[in-house]
Design a protein around this ligand. Structure first.
Ligand code: SF4
Ligand code: SF4
Length: 432
């Protein structure tokens, strides 16, 4: 329930009235393309924001439902000729709505408990993923999935179980370690460990560090770093996101590095916009602007270095899924493809709508499950048409979502990080 009138502020209004309702963004919007409804389009959502801002309607649950269904993929921002910063608009609206909403639905309660009670605490998150690892290793998951008992007990619980990520190996710990550069040192970088990725994809995080090291980078992994705050921003908890941003600015500034490298597109997008998040903060406002310039997505960073092309062969047909946070928020499209094409034997085939959201969207896969799955199934059909055996991606949220898609489709499709494929190719060099 939304009970109080919103107060969006003057900066919000300036952004909001840039929209001239031309509709150029409609064909880029996955929720509009799926539904054909104006209210599920960027233009429709902005019209609702204007109506609420002008007091013509209230921010009722019927209205906020249309904002909730927005994945925050920001494809509309890329398509907009008027430069409407839609990401900022929806972030502000979500935060305001969330301040007044009672978490009445189970998915929201679960999402809120995970976001506020678990994600900011690496220890609790570690316990949760440790339990999940055991659940998968001991074969309990296979047994549970083999019966329909859980679904009979609780459909929502069964949905959550079905979406649980596969924990791939021992976690990656941010322990202040320094991984030396291989050969001549070309740069000193700090690696953002993140929250979910180091616990769920520990081996893949180690592969990122190896790839950087192979490219002449000394990699430091500061122990005091925290989650980037992206998921908190996504669900409107901006206070927690700001707290995390301030801590990360302190920690990474003190690391004395040439770049802060992120292996997750969502984290990179959030950290590059810390200056917006901390705007008006007396101490951190100016510092975060400088900080944002040293944050680099790992693919962008490697392409700019430039990277050492691998020579180990990987005979695979691969298609690439653009992560929304890489393509729309960071506007990076070529670097990941350049890295993939550099791998000998790897054939890169483009899928239809590679930059269309897969439905992951932070907590979206939990809070808007039905719609998220609709987008995912469309995505997997596009993957299938390419006849590729591997989907490459640059974001843990997309990886987890696409792995779910592969399970749902029943097709033997592997989902891999680009850095993982690179690492595999570098690893074969001594054998070549
Ligand atoms: S957001 Fe941009 S593209 Fe979409 S209707 Fe408004 S001005 Fe046009
Ligand atoms: S952020 Fe994505 S889902 Fe939301 S309105 Fe824009 S294009 Fe549509």
């Amino acid at each position: 329930m939304v009970s109080a009138p919103p107060s969006f502020g003057p900066d919000f209004e300036e952004d909001l009235y840039k929209c001239v309702h031309c509709g150029f963004c409609l064909q880029a919007c996955p929720t509009y393309l799926e539904t054909g409804l104006e209210t599920e389009s960027p233009r429709g959502r902005i019209a609702l924001m204007k109506a609420v801002n002008e007091g013509r309607i209230g921010p009722s649950p019927t209205v906020s439902r249309h904002w909730d269904l927005c994945i925050q993929c920001r494809a509309c921002e890329t398509a907009c000729p008027s430069g409407v910063p839609y990401g900022r608009l929806i972030e502000t609206v979500t935060a305001e709505v969330e301040r007044h909403r009672k978490p009445s639905l189970l998915p929201r309660v679960a999402a809120s408990a995970i976001l506020k009670g678990v994600l900011p605490h690496q220890g609790r998150l570690g316990l949760l993923t440790g339990g999940l690892r055991l659940y998968q290793r001991l074969g309990i998951q296979r047994a549970v999935r083999g019966t329909r008992a859980l679904r009979v007990l609780s459909r929502r619980l069964a949905d959550l179980e079905e979406s649980a990520p596969a924990v791939s190996g021992a976690p990656f710990r941010a322990g202040g370690q320094v991984i030396p550069a291989r050969g001549e040192r070309r740069a000193r970088v700090a690696l953002l460990s993140g929250c979910v990725m180091p616990l769920v994809n520990g081996p893949e995080m180690r592969a990122v560090a190896r790839v950087l090291s192979r490219n002449g980078c000394e990699v430091v992994v500061p122990k005091e770093q925290v989650c980037c705050g992206a998921i908190h921003s996504h669900v409107g908890d901006l206070d927690t996101a700001r707290k995390m941003a301030r801590r990360n600015v302190d920690v990474f500034e003190a690391a004395g590095v040439d770049a802060v490298v992120t292996a997750s597109a969502g984290c990179g997008a959030r950290m590059k916009e810390y200056d917006e998040l901390l705007q008006g903060d007396e101490e951190y406002g100016a510092r975060s602007a400088g900080f944002a310039h040293v944050v680099k997505d790992v693919h962008e960073f490697l392409a700019e270095l430039p990277f050492v092309p691998p020579t180990g062969r990987l005979d695979r047909r691969v298609t690439y899924q653009d992560s929304c946070h890489l393509v729309n928020a960071q506007r990076i499209t070529e670097a990941p493809r350049q890295l993939l094409r550099s791998i000998p034997g790897l054939e890169l085939v483009e899928m239809d709508g590679a930059s269309r959201c897969c439905g992951a969207g932070g907590a979206y896969a939990i809070t808007q499950r039905a719609f998220s799955l609709r987008l995912l199934d469309s995505k997997m059909s596009a993957v299938e048409e390419t006849d590729a055996g591997t989907v490459a991606t640059a974001n843990p949220g997309c990886l987890i979502q696409l792995q779910l898609g592969a399970r749902r489709s029943g097709k033997p499709v592997q989902v891999r990080y680009i850095t993982d494929l690179l690492d595999e190719s570098y690893g074969k060099e001594s054998l070549a």
